[in-house]
Design a protein around this ligand. Structure first.
Ligand code: XMP
Length: 328
């Protein structure tokens, strides 16, 4: 655990590419000094924070950084592929990709309780990551995408660990947390200066348990697939219409229930896709974003025609409180 967790009052807010460049240069020197020629391990989820840390550390120590990306099978469409493309193909990173889809989905069969689902996903994540860490006997440091709000939220006592899992019982010489004093907008600015794509740096928040908390009740592979496809259509349409820049979080949830429909003159039973689109500043409360009806009609048309198993599209108009942002 590092001690320097208090942001100095004199620290300038990183609001421009030039300030981001200066921060990057400073961190590169600091990290090189800290780790020398030793290896550093990073759980790279593909979220903003771990992606920025990865790009920064690749610049600082190149192949001394070992990134492990665990695909728990609950990622959004194209997400793991993007991690590989950006980091392995684009930055020549030392990246270990683990497709643990079967392992997670097998453990989740018939598990309908939301909290149990979360525990299984979080616990399995730690185990998979630990197994990989143990195979890498020469790794000395653990890197983390801890950011300043994580520290503030945990009263500065200890770093808050986002779901993503940390090997609690593996000994590391120390932690490498280069963005620990930054706020989210600063992390994004640094990410842009490091050349990360906007689709990675400006992305909406995504929960650690991923689509697992949006495939409501007991997860099945066919319904998870339908959810992933419908969500990809929603994201594509929000991007195209410009709404993505104004709406804080938007996604699809698919409940474990079917209704009767008709397709090609035949009875067609399917699941409903529920659209949720909210705005908030701190995720403690949230309001409902108004989506133009024409766009909703277009999204409904696409989802019901393009996604196997979905025969209705519904809109969740519930603010937080009373509804949480996620359904589970
Ligand atoms: P709720 O559903 O509690 O969500 O209103 C508030 C925000 O937190 C995100 N969320 C999570 N993020 N791990 C995360 O990293 C989680 O387990 C988790 N659960 C919810 C949610 O997407 C929303 O942005």
């Amino acid at each position: 655990m590092q001690l320097n967790y208090k942001r100095p009052e004199t620290m300038e807010r990183i609001t421009t590419p030039a300030l981001a460049e200066a921060f990057i240069a400073e961190q590169i020197a600091e990290v090189r000094e800290q780790v020398g020629d030793k290896k550093v391990l990073l759980a790279l989820s593909g979220g903003v924070d771990s992606s920025v840390v990865a790009a920064l550390l690749i610049k600082a120590i190149g192949k001394q950084l070992v990134c492990v990306h665990v695909n728990h099978g609950l990622m959004r469409k194209g997400e793991s592929e993007q991690v590989i493309e950006v980091f392995r193909d684009g930055m020549d990173a030392n990246l270990i990709y683990i497709d643990a889809t079967d392992r997670f989905l097998d453990k989740l069969v018939d598990v309908a309780d939301p909290e149990t689902k979360r525990k299984i996903i979080g616990g399995e994540f730690v185990r998979v990551f630990e197994e990989e860490a143990r195979k890498l006997s020469d790794v000395a440091f653990l890197a983390q995408g801890t950011i300043y709000p994580d520290i503030l939220e945990s009263d500065g006592v200890k770093a808050h660990h986002n779901v993503g899992g940390l090997p609690e019982d593996i000994h590391f010489e120390g932690l490498v947390e280069p963005v620990r004093l930054l706020f989210k907008d600063e992390v994004r600015e640094v990410g842009r200066a490091l050349g990360l794509p906007s689709s990675m740096v400006d992305r909406q928040p995504f929960p650690g348990p991923g689509l697992g908390v949006r495939c409501l009740g007991a997860i099945t592979r066919d319904r998870l697939h339908a959810l992933r496809e419908a969500d990809a259509i929603l994201r594509e349409e929000f991007d195209k219409s410009g709404l993505a820049a104004h709406v804080w979080q938007y996604f699809i949830a698919v409940p474990d229930m079917k209704s009767v429909g008709v397709r090609d003159g035949k009875r067609y039973e399917g699941w409903p896709a529920i659209i949720r689109a909210v705005n908030t500043t701190d995720a403690m409360t949230a309001t409902i974003e108004e989506i133009p009806y024409a766009l909703l009609h277009h999204i409904t048309d696409r989802i019901t025609h393009e996604v196997e198993g979905i025969n209705r599209v519904l809109m969740d108009l519930t603010p937080k409180p009373i509804g949480t942002i996620e359904w589970e």
